[in-house]
Design a protein around this ligand. Structure first.
Ligand code: V47
Ligand code: SF4
Length: 374
């Protein structure tokens, strides 16, 4: 096998094998991978690079799991632990946003007209399932036009446990209360041995996949993620993506794949460091080439940093995520990026990468009806 054989496979529209993906991870020829991944990205989405005006909210950092890679979570009563009331969540949603620290973004530059709220948080030991239903219901009542993308598969599993409801009923109740789609967090790395080292309390990979399948079966679209750059090997990454590709073949319910670059600060992963730009770009490119049945690959700029995320648009990614406004999970672990970007900054990054900025809704429809610029 060689990169030329893989190139012929890609150009003739054949699916890459796990051996091909592993070969690419072991290769340093990122320019060939990037060029091929860009060809596939443009076949799927033209020159479009998507972004969304959104806002992140984390209702609580109190979590019973305390994953070793998570610098965001706290135990109940610990210094730094917080809980937001539903009123406080809605107040945040009605406020334009906080200032960027380094870019000098003023809150008045941050558009209040975002279209999506992304809500994930810790597994709170005391909050009942009804609290989450009420949260969704109240947000919909206060801001009916906002799409609610909320709760990782890990939270859904926890809700099913605390409510005593089946997975399908838990998901249906959330959907009926206002849940529009789900993010892709909590997947981490499926390999059981590594998972046991980095997040021993978290649901197994098999359960994560089962919950996503159940969500897709009740009509809830989701994303999928992979946390990389900690203790896993390239083989673990390929196996992780293979399982996602197989589930996507069955349900078609994943919208985007998002490789999440591990951030080491304040975590309990010993000896770990930041990922390299080369590894970030390689992982984006290989995921674009391997996950042929995923329409979108997201370069989450918060974790990649603005500049690598921009380069990722030339390495197979077609989405930068959004304006974010307030980000706690990665910033607790030493993110080097800002907390927020304005719409104009996102448009500028995309244009300078030679792509067409398309402001999207949560289902990748252009909010202006056709590819738009500025
Ligand atoms: O599940 C936690 C990860 C995830 C660290 O679906 C860390 O559109 C790096 O899933 N270093 C939450 N990563 C974020 C997430 C996400 C973000 C943006 C968009 C979408 C989407 C999903 O963050 C967690 C975990 O995998 N995480 N700690 C860390 N130290
Ligand atoms: Fe809790 Fe999620 Fe952090 Fe794990 S990653 S400790 S489940 S908040």
């Amino acid at each position: 096998m060689g990169i030329n054989k893989i190139e012929r496979k890609v150009l003739s529209g054949h699916c890459l094998s796990t051996d091909d993906a592993l070969f690419l991870f072991q290769s340093d020829d990122i320019f060939t991978m990037g060029r091929l991944a860009n060809i596939i990205a443009e076949k799927k989405n033209g020159k479009n690079a998507y972004f969304i005006q959104n806002r992140h909210i984390n209702p609580t950092n109190i979590c019973v799991n305390r994953c070793k890679f998570c610098a965001f979570s706290r135990s109940k009563g610990e210094k730094g632990a917080y809980e937001l009331s539903i009123k406080e969540i809605i107040k945040k949603l009605k406020r334009p946003g906080v200032r960027g620290q380094r870019s000098g973004i003023k809150s008045t530059h941050l558009s209040p007209s975002f279209s999506e709220v992304h809500i994930v948080g810790g597994l709170h030991p005391d909050w009942p399932f009804d609290f989450y239903l009420e949260m969704l219901w109240q947000i919909k009542k206060a801001l009916p036009h906002i799409h609610i993308k909320a709760f990782t598969a890990v939270e859904i599993d926890y809700f099913s446990k605390i409510s005593g409801l089946s997975l399908a009923d838990t998901l249906s109740e959330l959907r009926d209360a206002g849940l529009d789609s789900m993010p892709g967090g909590g997947a981490e790395i499926f390999d059981a041995r590594v998972r046991n080292k980095i997040c021993p309390e978290k649901i197994p990979g098999k359960r994560w996949l089962k919950i996503m399948e159940a969500a897709h079966n009740v009509g809830i679209k989701t994303n999928a993620t992979m946390l990389y750059g900690h203790l896993e090997t390239f083989k673990h990454r390929v196996e992780h993506m293979r399982k996602l590709r197989e589930l996507q073949d069955r349900t078609g319910g994943f919208q985007a794949f998002i490789p999440l670059a591990f951030h080491p600060l304040n975590t309990k992963i010993e000896g770990a460091s930041y990922t390299s730009g080369i590894d970030d770009l390689k992982t984006i490119a290989i995921s674009r080439l391997f996950l042929d049945n995923f329409q979108h690959i997201k370069a989450y700029w918060i974790m990649l940093g603005e500049k690598i995320a921009q380069l990722a648009l030339m390495f197979g990614a077609d989405d930068l995520d959004g304006t974010i406004i307030e980000e706690k999970i990665t910033h607790s672990a030493g993110a080097l990026s800002e907390n927020a970007m304005t719409r104009a900054q996102l448009v500028n990054l995309i244009e300078k990468a030679g792509k067409v900025p398309v402001e999207r809704d949560s289902f990748y429809n252009s909010v202006h009806g056709c590819p738009n610029i500025k």
